[in-house]
Design a protein around this ligand. Structure first.
Ligand SMILES: Nc1ncnc2c1ncn2[C@@H]1O[C@H](COP(=O)(O)OP(=O)(O)OP(=O)(O)O)[C@@H](O)[C@H]1O
Length: 297
């Protein structure tokens, strides 16, 4: 099957500021991607490039094998749900859903109705009278019921409570299992979504910091803790990406897979291991690259 998005040396500058800097990546079909990174990293800019709302300054971008600009073949297969989507003032929830039904060829009206009930959305209420969280659920319903081959959610849940967010994750997983498609999810709630993600792309200051399968990232680093002197001797020659000390104890996170000989060495020293979540890994790596750049400048 064809690659859904292919970016080669993609760059987007705003005046003298480069928001997306020479990035290359591929989005494969029928996978859920996490597009992650700190505020201002360049995630939304990348999503706007993919959905033809921005032109690249340089580099190549193909979506469904074609350039996306003013290309209806590409755009009708794509659904982009953004944080603060605006709807016409006169529209009721029903009008918004009816309009979406006309735009997306794979739209499932029954599914949209079930989701509307799940999120307790009043179909007849004017959109401008909805609460912040309700407005977010309108976007989520459109993103799910569109069943677009490429569905992109950019921080879709401003104001959405924890129950509604978990409904979103459950419905996404159920529907994706039955109707596989490509989903890009950009969020800061990494722990919450990490079970859904199959592939993770981390952007940092406009560049790609990580681009890997989620399963592979799960074992990529580990934390080891114990008395400071023993930890220091264990850390020698290893790539430490984070450390914390409290009294005479120290805990360090090592950016390596835990090999059998490391495990033996740590056990001989009486040290304790804990796994590192994807969220922790990203926090440590993005902090580290910020610190490194600040030290160099
Ligand atoms: N139209 C614009 N003109 C100038 N700079 C811009 C413009 N749009 C975005 N930027 C800058 O580009 C950088 C990347 O912004 P972008 O919105 O892509 O980040 P993001 O990763 O989506 O951040 P967040 O997680 O906060 O939404 C930021 O420094 C932002 O200020």
């Amino acid at each position: 099957m064809e690659t859904i998005v292919e970016a080669r040396r993609l760059t987007k500058s705003y005046g003298s500021f480069t928001a997306v800097d020479n990035v290359s990546f591929a989005i494969e079909p029928n996978k859920i991607y996490g597009l992650l990174g700190r505020n201002g990293a360049g995630k939304t800019t990348i999503m706007h490039l993919i959905t033809a709302q921005l032109f690249p300054s340089s580099g190549e971008l193909h979506v469904f094998g074609e350039e996306p600009y003013e290309n209806n073949r590409v755009l009708r297969k794509t659904c982009f749900i953004k944080e603060s989507q605006k709807y016409p003032d006169s529209f009721r929830v029903k009008d918004v859903l009816d309009t979406a039904a006309m735009l997306f060829p794979n739209w499932d009206d029954d599914f949209a109705k079930r989701l509307t009930a799940d999120f307790n959305l009043p179909l007849k209420r004017r959109v401008k009278k909805l609460s912040r969280g309700m407005l977010s659920s309108v976007g989520i319903i459109i993103g799910l019921a569109s069943r677009a081959e490429l569905t992109i959610f950019d921080e879709p849940y401003l104001g959405l409570d924890a129950v509604a967010r978990s409904i979103f994750y459950e419905r996404l997983m159920e529907d994706y299992t039955e109707f596989p498609r490509t989903v890009i999810l950009s969020t800061h709630l990494i722990d919450e979504v990490s079970k859904l993600l199959e592939h993770v792309i981390v952007i940092n200051k406009g560049r790609i910091l990580l681009d890997d399968e989620a399963d592979s990232l799960r074992g990529r680093a580990y934390t080891v803790s114990g008395p400071a002197a023993k930890i220091d001797s264990y850390a020698a020659g290893k790539k430490v990406i984070h450390q914390e000390s409290l009294g005479g104890s120290r805990s360090i996170t090592i950016y390596e897979r835990l090999g059998a000989s490391d495990q033996k060495q740590a056990e001989a020293l009486g040290l304790q291991f804990t796994p590192v979540t994807i969220q922790q890994l990203i926090v440590y790596l993005t902090n580290q690259s910020t610190e490194r750049k600040e030290n160099l400048s």
